[in-house]
Design a protein around this ligand. Structure first.
Ligand code: ZN
Length: 472
């Protein structure tokens, strides 16, 4: 038994990270040499939580200029695998493994996945009143083990949601099992979650969700990206292969690792999205009144009277997004556009307005028409059901019904129309032509400062992402 720890805890799927580490280090050194100014200006690597394309920066915002700056030091990057292995051989070997618990897990399957070979530990997980909690309740607990060269358990730490619902966004549970002189011993406590600013970047190859997965960013980042840019891009119809994004986001962490049990937490602080050759940016900014909202780098609010898409973007609908045939989808063929989506997918009003019609019409099936300002209206057809009534006042984004196949529809889809003065128009033009909303001049100086900092960070997130992906 030894107290010495010779490998830093690798928090994400340790095997690929271990293998990739030397390459990453070499690329990092190369990157630092090529871009010393950028590195010195903003980036700080958190090597302990080193993922393929997501980097930790600590601590929390608000001012990027206050972020700690740490260079990747030479003694990290100069050791090759061979010399590391030699160093390891001089010590009692200790290994760290990480995984999430699954609902199907038993003590044996969990330990086997973590490469723990220790019947005593399995017995302890089955029988100890505290130890048993690792496999009780909800799955998805983050488990880290430290094992010796024989695969025996030295320590297990499980991190998961706090038991008290009021604490769920401020604290987490830390369950620790340690080997002591008298055998294994378990303890339980709660500890505060920490907010951490992270960066990530990616390229859309098959879907936005696959791209954020690849960048090791939480699911919430894909949906948030789609919401942040909801007035710029119709993510169901306009997202193109090769689209790229860079994101600076806030994540809640437990002992330095982003938590997995609450997808709703974490906010995009700044993002850039390049789609179809056009670049869009967004920054989260609280104005003098303390109200936060997204603005472009130009200071224009991202909020506009109309959203680009009548459906929320989700993992389910994203699968349909890039399979739509552009010609069938042309609005000219039938004065509207069609969105393939599973029956039951929520449909939302793209702008504030009043329900002009809600009911059945030949061909359209269940259909809702909403009247907006300036003689504009929108039509949502083939709905499986309708959630609004004629005369009702509706806010932008409100759910008005769900995708279906009622009326003349060969399969479930949403038929969507935009009318100006009663005449159908290309829906793509509406969101983009809609009025801009700026900010007060009092906030402008502060915003300009903030946006300069974020602009640098996004640039770094993008360059680093690229150099890691392509071995620049
Ligand atoms: Zn249609």
């Amino acid at each position: 038994m030894t107290e010495r720890s010779i490998a830093p805890p690798k928090l994400n799927s340790p095997d690929p990270v271990d293998r990739a580490f030397d390459t990453v280090a070499a690329q990092t050194r190369h990157f630092v040499a090529r871009h010393p100014r950028k590195i010195a200006a903003v980036i700080s690597f958190a090597l302990a939580g080193f993922g393929a394309a997501a980097f930790g920066i600590a601590p929390l915002m608000p001012d990027p200029a206050d972020l700690p700056r740490r260079m990747v030091t030479e003694d990290v990057v100069q050791h090759g695998v061979a010399s590391q292995l030699e160093a390891l051989a001089d010590h009692d070997l200790q290994l760290y493994r990480n995984d999430l618990t699954r609902s199907s897990d038993t003590a044996d399957t969990l330990l086997r996945r973590l490469t723990v070979n220790d019947p005593q530990a399995a017995f302890f997980l089955r029988t100890d009143p505290i130890g048993r909690k690792v496999l009780e309740g909800r799955s998805g607990k983050m488990v880290q083990v430290r094992i010796n060269a024989n695969g025996e358990l030295d320590e297990l730490v499980a991190r998961y949601a706090a038991p008290n619902p009021e604490q769920i966004s401020t604290r987490f549970t830390r369950l620790r099992i340690e080997r002591t002189e008298s055998g294994l011993h378990a303890s339980l406590e709660t500890a505060p979650l920490a907010a951490q600013v992270r960066m990530g970047s990616g390229t859309v190859r098959s879907s936005l969700f696959a791209a954020t997965d690849e960048a090791r960013m939480p699911d919430a980042m894909a949906t948030q990206l789609a919401e942040v840019f909801a007035t710029d891009i119709d993510f169901h119809r306009e997202l193109r292969k090769g689209a790229t994004f860079s994101v600076v986001y806030e994540a809640l962490t437990a002992d330095g690792e982003p938590i997995t049990w609450n997808a709703a937490v974490g906010r995009i602080l700044a993002a850039e999205f390049v789609n179809d050759g056009k670049s869009y940016s967004a920054i989260w900014f609280k104005d003098a009144s303390g109200r936060g909202a997204y603005y472009g780098l130009d200071g224009q609010s991202k909020r506009r009277p109309f959203l680009a898409s009548p459906m929320e973007f989700s993992r389910v609908t994203s699968g349909f997004a890039m399979r739509v045939h552009p010609i069938i989808n042309s609005w000219k063929q039938h004065k509207g556009v069609d969105y393939s989506a599973p029956s039951g997918t929520p449909v939302r009003a793209i702008g504030d307005g009043i329900v002009e019609f809600a009911g059945w019409q030949n061909g359209y099936g269940n259909v809702v028409e909403i009247r907006h300002s300036n003689d504009r209206s929108t039509v949502y057809a083939h709905l499986s059901h309708i959630d609004v009534a004629k005369g009702q006042r509706i806010e932008q984004g409100a759910h008005i019904g769900a995708v279906g196949a009622t009326g003349w529809a060969t399969g479930p889809h949403l038929h969507f129309e935009v009318k100006v003065a009663g005449v159908q128009q290309d829906p793509e033009l509406l969101a983009k032509a809609s009025e801009l909303m700026g900010m007060t001049t009092a906030s402008r100086l502060q915003f300009a400062q903030l946006s300069r900092g974020f602009k640098n960070q996004l640039e770094v997130a993008e360059s680093v992402g690229r150099s890691l992906a392509y071995g620049e």
